[in-house]
Write a protein that binds this ligand. Structure first.
Ligand SMILES: [Zn+2]
Length: 420
């Protein structure tokens, strides 16, 4: 493609998944204006991609940002059990404030941006101890990062909706404070009746506020957990198809085959996106198994085969549930490849979709997402030639461009000293 319109930014000599030969990408007014070999375009800033792989900015649709980076002070010396993690989480919320959360969470957003993530869905605990502090903080964080990282704020009932009085009211207030997405944790409720009330309330709140839903469903190895199935039924009844994402769905992996097929079919019919978070699932699940050790992640292969939109997110960084993490969607992709056994070339293309376009679809931000003219210029250049090398090597990102502006670059200097 030739053109004379000057560009703000010209990214020369990159490979794309859809263009095997190197191309140039021109950016004007924050959007991609042209893609093609050797573009004859003047630009204010020109970058040499050196044949690296250009991808649209990574999308991480599952990240806890209020409880992130809590540091060693709050971390027990060894695995504290589920109740122990809950206690650490609760004690942490006794002291946190809006400003402190925004500063602490910004460290992870910065880390994610350096790794090329330009869109993120962030969860805020909303419960009796801290009330709406986390939600108000992440709304402020969203405004602080607007124009670099697009943040959606999801309200999340970490301590359930019906364990303490006032859960529904706190959720209403958190949405009123500017949150975007209604979260949920239905399987944790004490009875099946409460689990169903939890799903019903969240769907009703989402419809009243014209909001999307993102629930953490059946985050367990326990095949008795059935909230995903109920949510899928209710999503269809409510006409909310395409607006619901679930994360984890570990119990689905533990169902017997006939029941699993039924639920996978329902999820597909309900247009529910499924987000797997492999690092955290690997660390937390399968702990009671002896012999055949389960991996904790959901039935990614079966869901993909059924046409379900499956994505992968980081979930946690340095918090009670996961002491590790570096907010790198290529690391997440590598975990998916390993745990879900999707490591051969066509499968790796699917894995790359799970941290890019599938995640954007779940966040319903896929309009203008990609590397075609007209798309918002969120581009990450990985200094490798292909998708396999990107997932295998996870090198520092050569360039990260967000909203048309170069925001980060990194170059690794390596010197090899051969024997004389
Ligand atoms: Zn989570």
């Amino acid at each position: 493609m030739m053109g004379a319109m000057p560009a703000d930014l010209l990214l020369r000599n990159v490979r794309c998944r859809t263009h095997p030969a190197p191309v140039d990408i021109a950016v004007a007014a924050g959007a991609i204006s042209a893609v093609g070999p050797a573009l004859a375009i003047d630009a204010v800033q020109t970058l040499d991609g050196e044949g690296g792989l250009a991808l649209p900015g990574f999308v991480n649709a599952h990240q806890h940002l209020d409880k992130t980076c809590i540091g060693d002070a709050l971390r027990p010396p060894r695995w504290p059990g589920w109740a122990g993690m809950w206690e650490v989480n609760r004690r942490h919320r006794e002291t946190y404030t809006v400003d402190e959360i925004v500063d602490r969470a910004s460290g992870v957003v910065e880390q994610a941006l350096r790794h090329g993530t330009t869109r993120m869905r962030a969860f805020a605990d909303v419960e009796a101890v801290a009330g709406t502090t986390g939600a108000r903080a992440l709304v402020a964080l969203r405004e602080r990062w607007a124009g670099e990282v697009e943040v959606q704020v999801a309200v999340f009932p970490q301590d359930l909706l019906y364990a303490d009085p006032g859960g529904e009211r706190r959720f209403e207030e958190a949405m009123e404070a500017g949150a975007d997405v209604v979260g949920g944790l239905p399987a944790g409720e004490a009875t099946d009746e409460r689990m169903r009330a939890h799903v019903d309330f969240c769907l009703d709140l989402a419809r009243r506020r014209d909001a999307d839903v993102h629930m953490l469903c059946d985050d367990s190895d326990d095949p008795a957990q059935r909230s995903l199935e109920y949510l899928a039924h209710r999503t269809i009844e409510a006409g909310w198809e395409g607006r619901v994402t679930v994360s984890h769905a570990g119990a689905l992996a533990a169902y017997d085959e006939p029941h699993a097929r039924l639920v996978v079919g329902l999820v597909a019919e309900a247009g529910i996106s499924v987000c797997t978070n492999p690092q955290i699932s690997l660390l937390l699940h399968g702990r009671d198994d002896r012999g055949a050790i389960r991996r904790g992640t959901t039935r990614v292969g079966d869901l993909l085969d059924a046409g379900v939109n499956v994505l992968a997110g980081q979930d946690d960084v340095d918090d009670p549930y996961y002491p590790l993490g570096r907010a790198d969607q290529l690391e997440v992709a590598s975990f998916v490849a390993h745990t879900c056994q999707l490591a051969w070339p066509d499968e790796l293309e699917t894995v790359m979709d799970m941290v890019t376009v599938n995640a954007a679809r779940a966040m319903r931000t896929a309009d203008g997402y990609g590397l075609e003219p007209g798309d918002r210029a969120d581009i990450v250049v990985v200094p490798v030639a292909d998708v396999r090398s990107a997932v295998a090597e996870q090198p520092p990102r050569r360039f990260v461009i967000s909203h048309g502006r170069l925001v980060c670059e990194a170059r690794v200097e390596r010197t090899r000293y051969p024997r004389a």
